[in-house]
Design a protein around this ligand. Sequence first.
Ligand SMILES: Nc1ncnc2c1ncn2[C@@H]1O[C@H](COP(=O)(O)OP(=O)(O)O)[C@@H](O)[C@H]1O
Ligand SMILES: CC(=O)N[C@@H](CCC(=O)OP(=O)(O)O)C(=O)O
Length: 333
Amino acid sequence: MNSRISDNPTQDQAQAMDKAANLIEALPWLSRFHGRTVVVKYGGNAMVSEELRVRFAESIVFLHYAGLRPVVVHGGGPQISAMLDRSGVESTFTAGLRVTTDEAMDIVRMVLTGQVNREIVGLINQHGPFAVGMSGEDANLLYAERKSVEVDGETVDIGRVGEVSEVNPGAVSALIADGRIPVISSVARADDGGVYNINADTAASALAVALGASKLIMLTDVEGLFADFPANTDLIRRLNVDELRALLPSLSSGMLPKMEACLTAVEGGVPQAHIIDGRVPHSLLLEVFTDQGVGTMVADEELEAELLAGNGHYPRPWRPTDTTTEHNPGAAK
Ligand SMILES: Nc1ncnc2c1ncn2[C@@H]1O[C@H](COP(=O)(O)OP(=O)(O)O)[C@@H](O)[C@H]1O
Ligand SMILES: CC(=O)N[C@@H](CCC(=O)OP(=O)(O)O)C(=O)O
């Protein structure tokens, strides 16, 4: 470098040097994550503006060009609620899950696979022929069993809500191998031949395990997991599986399926699972490529050490983990 620049840089030169320093900070992370599969769960609350959706698509395409293998699993809770409202179909939540009647299921499927999925695919494909949209029903990617939850010690039926019982990731792996970006809606088929509504966090973690992903990253509408919700002054930056297990019974509403999903992912062999703020443009890139990261990370120290050393690839058959937690009925979604 020209010594005149470093001794007495102009403002433009100083800015250019800052940019170069930021870029080079990404180098070790680029090397560690090159060729790795990263499952990104895109929550409905992080897609509420056109600006956020466009920035999200850019971040995913950036990961792709940087040599990672992103797989998107999306939700669309607020979008489903809006359509149910417009259609005059009542909708309630229990334990963070939508009580889904047969009538509601038709709308869930239409919104997730027919609208939200199409929109994300369209935005990514403005950058090239990368995204291929799929429902969890396609090629029997996600198989479900009917799920019930416990409230005050009583088992409660919540309708057409599924628990993932089997993952057949072959079609997704083939797309990844072909250089595509799979974009998956959280609807599954069950043995009874019906379709089931799967919480998108749950679907993303099951897929992350089955694909042997190196990371699961969930974008939502808070900075991460707060120890003092709803005051939200004490952000938990990092926790291990034991700490998370101890915390689960105290969690409420949307955070419960999210943290259960992190637990399932890390116990299933995914070294790191993150909750990050999808309202911050490009927060995904800050998480993957900066030293400090963002949000809350659940990590398994041994697997993480392997990952950071550049070792290991973690595909394992997916098996449901028992994360049964009693719902706190005082907490509303
Ligand atoms: N301990 C907590 N820390 C942060 N957020 C929490 C906590 N407990 C509950 N929440 C709620 O969980 C919400 C995120 O879940 P959800 O609404 O299902 O989002 P998404 O649509 O992204 O899946 C937050 O907006 C917040 O209101
Ligand atoms: C069973 C259940 O609750 N399914 C969710 C599926 C969508 C989802 O999970 O969307 P977010 O990620 O935006 O919350 C629902 O019907 O809202």
